[in-house]
Design a protein around this ligand. Structure first.
Ligand code: PLP
Length: 342
C-alpha cells in the first residue's frame, strides 16, 4: 500500500534533477570560501531576498540560532509569538547559546501587530532587561501556515525603528508566503533585517537552509556558524540541490496550497472544527471531537489506513501538503478520515 505522508513537508525527497546536479556539482572547501557551488547558492539567495549577503547552513534551526546570536548580546530580551518555532521547537537554544530571555506575546493567528509588540517592549528602568530583537514567523507553523502581508511588516518596521530594535524573520516557509500572495520574496522580506528560509521543506532539497542579511551581519553569522560546528567542507554537493530548489521548485508551491484548501474544505464538510482563515498556504490544522475519539487514536487509525499525520496536542491534528502529495491523495485522505471518525 502506498503511504500518504502528510506529517510535514520535510519528508519531501530530492528530485531526479537535484540528484543529477549533486552528482555533477563543482566543489571545494567552503570553510576556505572555495566551494563555487555554495558561493553560487549564497549569491542567488542574496539576490532573491534582496539582502547584501547570505549564508548556507545545515538546518533551519541553526539559521535561526545564528540570527539570534549575531543580532544580540547575552542578557537581552527577544520578543516572539508564544507559539513560535523558536520558542517551541528549538530546544531552548536562545537561552543556551545566546543567553537570551524570551518575551512571548500572543499573536492573531500567529501574527504580531505593532500595538502588541509595543506593549512587550521594555522601558528604560534599570531593573528591566533590554529588548533587542523582534522575531516574526512567516508562515507561522503552529498557527496553521498563516502569512504576513508586506503592509503589516512595514508597520512593524516603523515600531522597531522607533525603539531601535532589529527584526528577524523565521521564514522557514517564506516561499509559501510569497507564492500564496503572488508577490516576490524580496518584497516580503524588505522590512526585516534578516531572514532564514528552508530549502529542505516544500522546496525539496535534501538538506540545508539559508540565512540572509547585511554583509556585516552575515560575516558575524559565518564566524558563529564555525563555532557551532556548522562550517562544512565540500558542501557544494548539498548546495547544488538548493540551487535547483530556488530555480525550479518555487512556483509549484501553489499546487500544495490548492491541495491544502481542498483538504481543509473536505475536513470542514466532515463536520470537524477548522479555522478556514488559517488555511492560507500548505498547512491544515483541525480539531477533533475528543469525547468521541482522541487525536491520538485518530492518527493511529489513519496510520493503519496508510495515512500519516501529526498529532498536535490532545485534540488537534496537523496535515501538510507538499511535492509528494497529489490531488488524488487528498481525496483518499478525506475518504479514510471519514471512515476513521465515523
Ligand atoms: C522547520 C522549521 C524550522 C527549523 O528548520 P529545521 O531545518 O527543521 O531545523 C524553523 N522554523 C519554522 C517555522 C519551521 O517550520
Amino acid at each position: 500500500m502506498k503511504q500518504i505522508d502528510l506529517r510535514s513537508d520535510t519528508v519531501t525527497l530530492p528530485t531526479a534533477e537535484m540528484r543529477e546536479a549533486m552528482y555533477k556539482a563543482e566543489v571545494g572547501d567552503d570553510v576556505y570560501g572555495e566551494d563555487p557551488t555554495v558561493l553560487n547558492l549564497e549569491k542567488l539567495a542574496a539576490e532573491i531576498t534582496g539582502k547584501q549577503a547570505s549564508l548556507f547552513v545545515p538546518s533551519g534551526t541553526m539559521g535561526n540560532q545564528l540570527a539570534a546570536m549575531s543580532h544580540t548580546v547575552h542578557g537581552e530580551e527577544i520578543i516572539c509569538e508564544q507559539e513560535s518555532h523558536v520558542y517551541y521547537y528549538e530546544v531552548g537554544g536562545l537561552a543556551v547559546l545566546s543567553g537570551l530571555q524570551t518575551r512571548t506575546i500572543v499573536g492573531d493567528r500567529g501574527r504580531l501587530s505593532p500595538a502588541i509588540i509595543e506593549a512587550g517592549i521594555r522601558g528604560k528602568d534599570i531593573h528591566q532587561p533590554q529588548s533587542s530583537l523582534i522575531w516574526l514567523e512567516n508562515t507561522h507553523n503552529r498557527a496553521g501556515g498563516t502569512f504576513y502581508r508586506p503592509d503589516q511588516l512595514s508597520a512593524i518596521r516603523n515600531t522597531a525603528d522607533d525603539y531601535s530594535l532589529k527584526i528577524h524573520m523565521d521564514g522557514a516557509r517564506v516561499f509559501n508566503a510569497a507564492v500564496a500572495q503572488r508577490i516576490s520574496v524580496k518584497e516580503l522580506v524588505q522590512h526585516v533585517d534578516s531572514v532564514m528560509f528552508c530549502l529542505s521543506k516544500g522546496l525539496c532539497a535534501p538538506v540545508g537552509s539559508i540565512l540572509a542579511g547585511s554583509k556585516e551581519f552575515i560575516e558575524k553569522a559565518r564566524r558563529n556558524r564555525k563555532m557551532l560546528g556548522g562550517g562544512m567542507r565540500q558542501a557544494g554537493i548539498l548546495a547544488a540541490a538548493g540551487l535547483v530548489s530556488l530555480n525550479k521548485m518555487v512556483d509549484r508551491l501553489a499546487e500544495d496550497h490548492d491541495n491544502a484548501k481542498r483538504l481543509a474544505e473536505g475536513i470542514a464538510d466532515l463536520g470537524l472544527e477548522i479555522d478556514m482563515e488559517t488555511v492560507q498556504t500548505n498547512i491544515v490544522i483541525f480539531k477533533v471531537d475528543k469525547s468521541k475519539k482522541s487525536a491520538d487514536k485518530i492518527t493511529s487509525d489513519l496510520r493503519e489506513a496508510g495515512i500519516l499525520a501529526s498529532q498536535f496536542g490532545s485534540e488537534k491534528i496537523r496535515m501538510v501538503t507538499h511535492y509528494g502529495i497529489t490531488f488524488n491523495d487528498i481525496n483518499a485522505t478525506l475518504a479514510a478520515l471519514k471512515k476513521v471518525i465515523a
